[in-house]
Design a protein around this ligand. Structure first.
Ligand code: COA
Length: 318
């Protein structure tokens, strides 16, 4: 028994902030941002994480020809929930009217969607649950430092979702890992400790050593892809689509060059939404799926890297 993606959905908020708009906030330019990252604009929410998650979830259920009543479990990947508790997945359960099933959040930064589908697959393969909704939703605009031009240009808000179900084919191999020692190169501190004995200031903002993250990503992305290919006994040529975390065009092009992945097999969408952290892969997957680009039986590799530092990949048959 395997876990198969039955349908996908996504949601990007209406408000768009172009690179020219960004140049009014910090000293930068459309040319600098596009050349260094491939990003042209990003979407910003005024509704929050659960609102976007619900939109993406409803679209994924519709695409799967299922309703919320069919679900056995919900997993939400996010590090920008609206509340510390109830978790985003319980709030999502209420928003979409799902029954009293287990709901949990999973925090693995940009690797969160793949960690979550791999977790869902393990439950399905164990025979514990049949249909699991996995949603990745991020309100990154909430944690970005809007005065820091080296980071605020990179990120956007959005949500993507997939419904996984028990089937004869689906996820064929997976790889996940992390290196907490390198955590300080990309992080966002949580709430400060403020109590009668200590006052440790304000809530954290996203901080990044861009060059260290870049070096990590261009080395780790090919490695995790090679690992998952070896586990699935396949070669790059056997794979039809490579859906990668949309952090930066240059990182993806370097990985593609290293592995000899043809450009037409590696779609990118960071131009119109920026880096959506965990939501990045399911949003691209949905845009690609809804455009009819993925056919039944196609082999797909999903691969991500990010805060933790963490990485994850999955090889699947559509
Ligand atoms: N606009 C204009 N100039 C900028 C700028 C911006 N938005 N951000 C930084 N700069 C400047 C820097 O201040 C620096 O100026 P200086 O030379 O006068 O000191 C110069 O550009 C080069 O900075 P540097 O940090 O070396 O740029 P870079 O070529 O490494 O590009 C990133 C910066 C962030 C685009 C790049 O490091 C990167 O893509 N890293 C990976 C980030 C990522 O993907 N993170 C998420 C992973 S999940």
């Amino acid at each position: 028994m395997k876990a198969r993606i039955l349908g996908t959905g996504s949601y990007l908020p209406e408000h768009v902030l172009t690179n020219d708009d960004m140049a009014k906030l910090v000293e930068t330019s459309d040319e600098w941002i596009r050349e260094r990252t491939g990003i042209r604009e990003r979407h910003l929410t005024d509704e929050g994480t659960v609102f976007m998650a619900a939109k993406a979830a409803e679209r994924a259920l519709e695409n799967s020809h299922l309703t919320a009543d069919d679900l056995d479990m919900i997993i939400v990947a996010t590090f920008t929930p609206d509340y510390l508790f109830p978790n985003a997945s319980c709030q999502l359960q209420a928003a979409i009217g799902a029954p009293n099933i287990p709901c949990m959040d999973l925090s693995a930064a940009c690797s969160g969607f793949i960690y979550s589908i791999n977790t869902a697959a393990a439950y399905i393969q164990a025979g514990m649950y049949q249909k699991i909704l996995v949603v990745a939703a991020e309100t990154l605009s909430r944690v970005v430092d809007w005065d820091d031009r080296s980071t605020c240009i990179l990120f956007g808000d959005g949500a993507g979702a997939a419904v996984l179900g028990a089937d004869e084919t689906g996820i064929l191999a997976m790889d996940m890992g992390s290196d907490g020692v390198k955590g300080p190169v990309l992080y966002c501190e949580g709430w400060p400790i403020t109590n009668p004995v200590v006052n440790k200031g304000a809530a954290g903002k996203l901080r990044m050593n861009g060059q260290e993250v870049y070096k990590f990503a261009v080395r780790r992305l090919p490695k995790t892809i090679q690992t998952v290919l070896a586990s699935g006994d396949m070669k790059v040529e056997d794979v039809d689509h490579f859906i990668f975390h949309q952090a930066n065009k240059r990182i993806l092009e370097a990985a593609a060059k290293h592995l000899k992945i043809p450009a037409e097999k590696m779609p990118m969408n960071m131009d119109h939404c920026g880096n959506l952290s965990a939501a990045s892969i399911p949003v691209l997957l949905d845009e690609y799926n809804q455009a009819g680009k993925i056919k039944t039986g196609d082999k797909v590799i999903l691969a991500a890297f990010g805060g933790g530092l963490s990485w994850a990949s999955a090889l699947l048959e559509w």
